[in-house]
Design a protein around this ligand. Structure first.
Ligand code: 6R9
Length: 661
């Protein structure tokens, strides 16, 4: 055991609680546990008063709301700040032109090549956003139209979102790592009128073409009239006449002005759709609206990251995920902060890339994912020592439960045993952080997301819908509406109700398992539905299975998660072949490539095991519990198997797995 592992083990064994640093608490937005408790109590007694005050303090409204909240979770229907009017690009840009921040850096962009840096002041960003909004307008985009965005982490990505918000168009970002097929199904679902993409993505020192994926997707997307292409790598691409145009040409056209009148939006007008995986069927288009979402993103960014005007704040997420939407863009820019945006990956050109960037821009607040921490942990401590990390004051984590070893490593080597770590639990659907420590306030326990934020009525329910006793595991639930919550699943109200409000009456069900300890701290255990969390990315087993079954040689497939030291979970797929097909290494590779093409590289199965049959109940339901155990080499106890239609199937699968190792 190394000295570092030794230290981590012994600190953890003490079951230590780490007190927040006192230094800095006097200036913090929330200064003491007392203040937190008061705010929490107020928010539970008078939620409307609490949120109205925050919405007033944080957001610039064109017209104030008539009613703070109207809701009925049994439908479900939720409306915040009813009758209020505002524009998000005005809140993120225009108002900072007159509040003393005009020449302040809004976005510092670090490209994948070290020397590729661009800085946008609030004025510059405002002008670019206006120009691009005018381009979209010229292409016929109007309020309510959907715009699909499929871009690498370039500044044009942030500009695109804000330009849509300026016009009242609905953006739907599709992560640049998704395949043509995944892009196609999302565009089709939301009927996007315009697609914004790039020639290529720079990743790990290579240019990976992106436009061919867009071309393939658009072959069967009749709704898309225009495709705007950002030039990133300069690789040769095809431009389809009448449909495709270059970003840089359009934005610099003579008739494009650097001012665009913002559309005054209703608080409940749709702001964006973001697709995420659920337990069944295709991905869900999670809908967020305008006034509540902005209030919530800003409120949480301010209290959880203690954002101040002098801070350089860095969230390493991609804008293709909700974390990027709320905590690179809307939250920080709403607050007039300086956000760093990074195009590259943690380990290229070396495992010290993150730390080098921290020193280079004197980053104060750093927010990343456990999978990145675990990957960097493997490289040892030395890369963290090459750079000066003394500018840091707050560390954050998001995306999956952070295991205590990774927490300790982060705390010791990056936090130098004094910085607070905010482990933030939330979801695409919640719009913003729900359960998290406040940095100068909450005593920390490695591996626990700690306590719900003010305004969030979180609890643990057992199967009967009663509140679980301390340390009893159960379903995490949220009992009161909050401004950032999703307002629907695009085009599918039934699915909205069924997926989130069906288990317990009038209660939001995030489908996560958790327990609360004797101090009321939440310990999140992970998904209860058929969702696999690979490196913090949500993948539905149903999506992977339907991709596999789409291959002509596959009769049936079942995908489960298996523990993985870096990714958290890896994908293990059981495949039953058609009778004519033969098991072979080539076919195994072909199937992996096939899933990669259907969904994207993150969904590639790590292991494929041939299965002559799958363990099913007599009603035909696959018993995933057993498949998960076999995948993890845990053959000791399969629990109740009495409902299995054919128990010999399990023996066969165990034998094969034992041979595979
Ligand atoms: C923001 C984001 C949501 C799912 C969620 C949960 C897991 C996220 C977590 C966490 C434990 C944390 N999750 N943060 N689990 N501790 N701090 O990740 O959104 O992509 O929708 O994923 O991720 O299982 O239900 P999303």
């Amino acid at each position: 055991m190394s000295a570092m592992e030794d230290k981590i083990t012994s600190l953890l064994a003490e079951g230590k609680v780490f007190q927040p640093p006192e230094e800095g608490s006097a200036q913090a937005w929330v200064k003491s546990m007392e203040e937190y408790k008061q705010a929490y109590a107020h928010s539970m007694e008078d939620p409307e008063g609490f949120w109205a005050k925050r919405a007033e303090e944080l957001v610039t409204w064109d017209k104030k709301w008539d009613k703070v909240l109207e809701y009925d979770l049994s439908i479900p229907e939720v409306k915040w700040f009813v009758g209020g009017k505002l524009n998000l690009s005005v809140n993120c840009l225009d108002r900072h032109l007159t509040d003393g921040r005009r020449n302040k850096a809004a976005i510092i962009w670090q490209g994948e090549p070290e020397e590729d840096v661009r800085v946008y002041t609030y004025q510059m960003l405002h002008d670019e956003v206006c120009r691009f909004a005018n381009v979209l307008k010229k292409k016929g985009v109007k309020k309510g139209d959907r715009v699909a965005i499929y871009l690498p982490m370039v500044p044009e990505l942030a500009i695109s979102l804000l330009a849509c918000a300026r016009l009242g168009a609905v953006h739907s970002v599709v992560f640049g790592g998704f395949s043509a097929v995944a892009l196609q199904s999302r565009i089709e679902d939301c009927h996007a009128k315009v697609l914004i993409t790039a020639d290529a993505v720079l990743r790990g020192g290579k240019a990976i073409p992106l436009k061919p994926n867009a071309d393939e997707a658009l072959e069967t997307c009749p709704s898309v009239e225009t495709c705007i292409v950002v030039r990133r790598a300069g690789n040769e691409i095809e431009m389809k006449e009448g449909r495709d145009c270059w970003w840089h040409r359009e934005i610099h056209a003579k008739d494009i002005s650097s001012y665009c009148e913002p559309e005054s939006m209703d608080a409940e007008d749709m702001l964006f759709i973001l697709y995420t995986s659920g337990s069944t069927g295709k991905p869900k288009g999670v809908v967020h609206t305008t006034g509540g979402y902005l209030t919530y993103a800003m409120h949480t960014a301010q209290w959880v990251f203690d954002l101040k005007d002098n801070d350089v704040y860095w969230c390493t997420a991609d804008l293709g995920w909700i974390t990027g939407h709320s905590y690179i863009l809307y939250g920080p820019l709403g607050l007039g902060a300086t956000a760093l945006m990074f195009e590259g990956v943690p380990n290229y050109p070396g495992p010290d890339r993150f730390w080098r960037i921290v020193e280079k821009f004197k980053v104060n607040i750093f927010y990343t994912a456990p999978t990145a921490i675990r990957a960097l942990m493997r490289e040892g401590v030395e890369p963290t020592q090459r750079w000066d990390l003394s500018s840091l004051r707050i560390l954050g984590s998001v995306g999956e439960p952070i295991n205590p070893e990774a927490w300790m490593w982060y705390f010791i080597n990056i936090g130098k045993e004094k910085l607070p770590i905010v482990d933030t639990w939330w979801q695409t659907e919640t719009g913003g952080i729900m359960i998290s420590a406040l940095p100068y306030v909450t005593p920390l326990k490695p591996g626990s997301a700690t306590l719900p934020l003010p305004g969030i009525d979180a609890a643990i329910y057992n199967e009967e819908g009663k509140e679980a006793s301390p340390n009893e595991g159960g379903h995490l639930v949220i009992r009161k509406p909050w401004p950032g919550m999703l307002r629907g699943v695009f085009g599918n109200p039934e699915r909205y109700k069924k997926a989130y409000f069906n288990r317990y009456p009038d209660t939001y069900d995030p489908e996560d398992g958790a327990r609360r300890d004797e101090d009321g701290y939440f310990w999140i255990m992970g998904r209860l539905d058929d969702v696999i969390n690979v490196s913090g990315h949500r993948l539905g087993t149903a999506e992977i299975e339907s991709a596999l079954v789409a291959h002509e040689a596959v009769a049936e497939a079942a995908a489960v998660g298996m523990p993985h030291p870096v990714k958290g979970q890896a994908i293990f797929a059981y495949v039953t072949l058609m009778s004519w097909a033969e098991e072979s290494e080539e076919l195994r590779n072909e199937l992996r490539q096939h899933v990669r093409k259907e969904i994207g590289p993150i969904a590639t199965p790590d292991v494929i095991q041939w299965a002559p049959g799958l363990p099913k109940t007599r009603s035909g339901k696959i018993m995933r519990r057993i498949l998960r155990k076999i995948a993890a080499n845990d053959f000791a106890d399969f629990g109740d198997t009495s409902t299995l239609a054919d128990p010999t199937v399990v023996e066969q699968l165990v034998d094969t797995k034992k041979q595979m190792g």
